[in-house]
Design a protein around this ligand. Structure first.
Ligand code: NAD
Length: 491
């Protein structure tokens, strides 16, 4: 495991020499220490990224040349996938099959953006039809510059890939600050980039605390663009900081996403996707469908089946065979989820199942799959992200009521609708104010499709061609091609 920062193609100790403990959330044991980078390390990393961008020619490489590096990175990740998946489990706690999935998706993300980088070579010189034939105009896309990428802990390597792959594809250079409690695979990504012979300074990884390394990256005057995934609170702060020098900013923030089950839905299918939507990754998912709205005709039946299945979930160390729910990522997260459930009960909610640590597990930040009902609409549990395996279930009468309840949130990341009526699913999908709507499923995510939220769930889109746009500027190049003089001043 790496113990140094990756700056300008070299491994380096942080200037402060400080470290941060890495804790395995399944055992509460300290398993490693990562460097605690600070403002001076960020400054070195940004200067390296600046030089790689301004002087060493990375943005002038063709998309096809950049694609070679991206594909090498994808291949090297795949070559180490089992090792990286196990590291992710130790660091984050998620079950191994989920970690394997993440690592595969991270490699796929590099491959996908390799393809888009190649497309940039052909897309960039198209003539634009304009209203004056004395001029010729073309539009080109160019890299935005040095990117400051800041990511959360719920999908450590995958979130790194979502930032690094499109940024490099676009011709940007990047300084990435991973989450302080899950930095191990990001440091391995640096090792992979080094092995892929990515030029020095193009990718720099500085681990450290949000308020120190993160803050220094956000406020660094030589950073052109901030790409952030994390909480709304920090996102709002970053946007305010970015505003001071008009840095470009894209934000992927939280959610309180609704899942609507209509009377005509296939109940078994609905139960499966409700569980996937809130228990996958221990519910630590920005798009988790944490508010389940069920039409009154099937409410009792669905709640009974959901409760029955939730109680059967195997909880334990993510490295153990058959485990479907691992520990939460940290003590802090465990405390927050526990406190949210206590507060929900004080506000009048009923705990149908779960609500506490599993009795059999003495150590580790485990929390039972939890179902809440009678959750008041103005309560914290209904309105705010809990970011744990806690779902609020509520009944509704009509489609109109369901859509109104679903949209009554300051968030708008995702939503899901369960119905066998195709007209209804189409109607409701359009009525829901969310960046992603799933029909008869919840959570499937595709590298090719846009990802991001309405309202306070963020600004901009990641993934797909939209994710590449985050890292591109648009330039018009206009030439005067007429043989006649312009003749305004000089007659
Ligand atoms: P967080 O906002 O606490 O931290 C995210 C990152 O920001 C970390 O790397 C942290 O060190 C850094 N940070 C903290 N303070 C900072 C500061 N002042 N300046 C710069 N950086 C700072 O979020 P978290 O607890 O790590 O992650 C959970 C949140 O992320 C949830 O709200 C979740 O919904 C959201 N999330 C959103 C998406 C999405 O795609 N929309 C994906 C994953 C997670």
């Amino acid at each position: 495991m790496r113990t140094q920062l990756y700056i300008d193609g070299q491994w380096a100790d942080p200037i402060s020499k400080g470290t941060l403990d890495v804790i395995n959330p399944a055992t509460e044991e300290v398993i490693h220490a990562i460097p605690k980078g600070g403002a001076q390390d960020i400054d070195l990393a940004v200067r390296a990224a600046r030089r790689a961008f301004d002087q060493d020619g990375w943005p002038q490489t063709t998309g096809a040349q950049r694609a070679v590096y991206l594909r090498r990175i994808a291949e090297l990740i795949r070559g180490r996938s089992e090792e990286l998946a196990r590291l992710e489990v130790l660091d984050n706690g998620k079950p191994l099959p989920e970690a394997r999935w993440d690592i595969g998706d991270a490699a796929g993300c590099f491959d996908y953006y390799a393809g888009l980088a190649e497309n940039l070579d052909s897309d960039s010189s198209a003539d634009l039809a304009i209203s004056d034939d004395r001029f010729r105009t073309k539009v080109v896309k160019e890299a935005v510059g040095v990117v400051g990428g800041i990511i959360p802990w719920n999908y450590p390597l995958l979130m790194a890939a979502w930032k690094v792959a499109p940024a490099l594809a676009a011709g940007c250079t990047i300084v990435l600050k991973p989450a302080e409690n899950t930095s191990l695979t990001a440091l391995e990504l640096a090792a992979v980039a080094q092995q892929a012979e990515l030029p020095a300074g193009v990718l720099n990884i500085v681990t450290g605390l949000g308020g120190e390394a993160g803050q220094a990256l956000v406020t660094h005057p030589q950073v052109d663009k901030l790409a952030f995934t994390g909480s709304g609170k920090v996102g709002s702060h970053i946007m305010a900081e970015a505003a001071k020098d008009i840095k470009r900013v894209s934000l992927e923030l939280g959610g309180k996403s609704p899942l609507l089950v209509f009377d005509d839905a296939d109940i078994e299918n609905a139960v499966e996707w409700i569980m996937f939507g809130i228990f996958w990754n221990q519910g630590q998912v920005c798009s988790a469908t944490s508010r389940v709205l069920v039409q009154e005709g099937v409410y009792e039946k669905l709640l009974a089946r959901l409760t029955e299945e939730a109680r059967k979930i195997t909880i334990g160390d993510g490295l153990e065979e058959g485990v479907l729910l691992g520990p939460l990522v940290s003590k802090q997260q465990y405390d927050q989820v526990s406190a949210a459930v206590v507060r929900a009960q004080e506000d009048g909610a009923q705990v149908v199942t779960g609500g506490a640590r599993p009795a059999a597990l003495g150590k580790g930040y485990y929390f039972q799959p939890t179902i809440l009902t009678e959750v008041p609409l103005d309560s914290h549990a209904w309105k705010e992200e809990i970011f744990g395996p806690v779902v609020c279930v509520r009944r509704f009468a009509t489609e109109q009521d369901a859509v109104a309840l679903a949209n009554d949130s300051r968030y708008g990341l995702a939503a899901a609708v369960m119905t066998t009526d195709a007209k209804r699913s189409e109607r409701v999908a359009h009525a829901l104010r969310a960046g992603i709507v799933w029909i008869n499923c919840s959570q499937p995510t595709f590298t090719e499709a846009p990802w991001g939220g309405y309202k306070q769930s963020g600004i901009g889109r990641e993934l797909g061609k939209w994710g590449l746009e985050n890292y591109l500027e648009t330039k018009q190049i206009t030439a005067y091609t007429s043989n006649d003089a312009w003749g305004w001043y000089v007659k």
